[in-house]
Design a protein around this ligand. Structure first.
Ligand code: KIV
Length: 293
């Protein structure tokens, strides 16, 4: 008898700390991408605020709201994935009062997320505690935190200096102690990722953080070669779907222009009887061509 695998939850992710195989997380923003990521066997689907850049065409992630994120989380959840759906809390959704922070996190849970993610270190402990108090699992995110792009001066590798590396380790330990079930480490040197992974009892999920982590995450569009953005060096592109899609649409356009689409098989036909009754089997009237002015 076939058994369906149990859905992934925050506690099952936490229990995977240090145990091979590494955790796999991939972003998705709608039902088709969620189905693909889930069918490929990812453990977690991150409905990232990267949706702003890879789907909505913005230059940074600061442009999306909690309502936008809830809309995308709901679309992903409708695919009913086995993978844990992690909803990304957008900028200014948890930098607000405790009540509003919890309300925003709850909006993502009501949309279908099984956990939320937020960016920042010890500064965000109050927000993390408030959300955990409402029984919502929280994934932390430190290192390069794109919502702080103006404060940190661009998309840059973090933790390159000794004091910054130590601060990241302290942030990670504090977030784990507060109760985060996992931590994303974005764009940090591999040695820093290793120190964090070795000093925290929760899984670390790296993106541009090297191999010494408990799992890896990539953005769906980067991994599949969809979209024209320049990708950072840590992205490995496993397909070139943008090129394949352009080729497919160009072939459709050519078939239409050359009269090859649709074929008879791609057409709904009426019965001969009805065609006769409507006079559609008669020879088409010849077109009058006039040579006189
Ligand atoms: O929004 C996102 O896709 C993310 C990942 C890069 C971790 O936060």
């Amino acid at each position: 008898m076939l058994t369906t695998p149990a859905p992934v939850t925050a506690p099952t992710v936490l229990a995977r700390k240090g145990a091979p195989p590494p955790l796999v997380m991939v972003t998705a923003y709608d039902a088709p991408s969620a189905r693909i990521v889930d069918a490929a066997g990812a453990d977690m689907i991150l409905v990232g605020d990267s949706v702003a850049m890879v789907v909505l065409g913005y230059d940074d992630t600061l442009q999306v709201t909690t309502d936008d994120m809830a809309h995308h989380v709901a679309a992903v959840a409708r695919a009913r994935p086995r993978a844990l759906v992690v909803g990304d809390l957008p900028w200014l959704s948890y930098h607000v009062s405790r009540d509003d922070t919890v309300r925003n996190a709850a909006a993502l849970v009501r949309a279908g997320a099984g956990a939320v993610k937020l960016e920042g270190g010890r500064k965000r402990l109050d927000a993390i505690r408030a959300i955990l108090d409402a029984e919502i699992p929280v994934m932390g995110h430190i290192g390069l935190t794109p919502q702080s792009i103006h404060a940190i001066g661009g998309f840059k590798v973090q933790g390159k200096r000794l004091d910054a590396a130590r601060a990241l380790v302290d942030d990670a330990v504090a977030l784990a102690e507060a109760g985060c079930f996992a931590l994303v480490l974005e764009c940090v040197p591999d040695g820093v990722a290793r120190m964090i992974t070795d000093s925290t009892p929760v899984p670390t999920i790296g993106i541009g953080a090297g191999r010494h982590v408990d799992g890896q995450v990539l953005v769906f569009h980067d991994l599949l070669g969809l979209g024209n953005r320049r990708t950072p060096k840590f992205v490995r592109q496993y397909a070139s779907l943008e090129a394949a899609a352009i080729d497919a649409v160009a072939r459709f356009a050519e078939d239409v222009r050359e009269g090859r689409f649709p074929s008879s098989d791609e057409t709904y036909h009426m019965t001969d009887q009805m065609a006769d009754a409507l006079g559609l089997h008669e020879a088409p009237p010849s077109v009058e061509t006039s040579t006189s002015g």
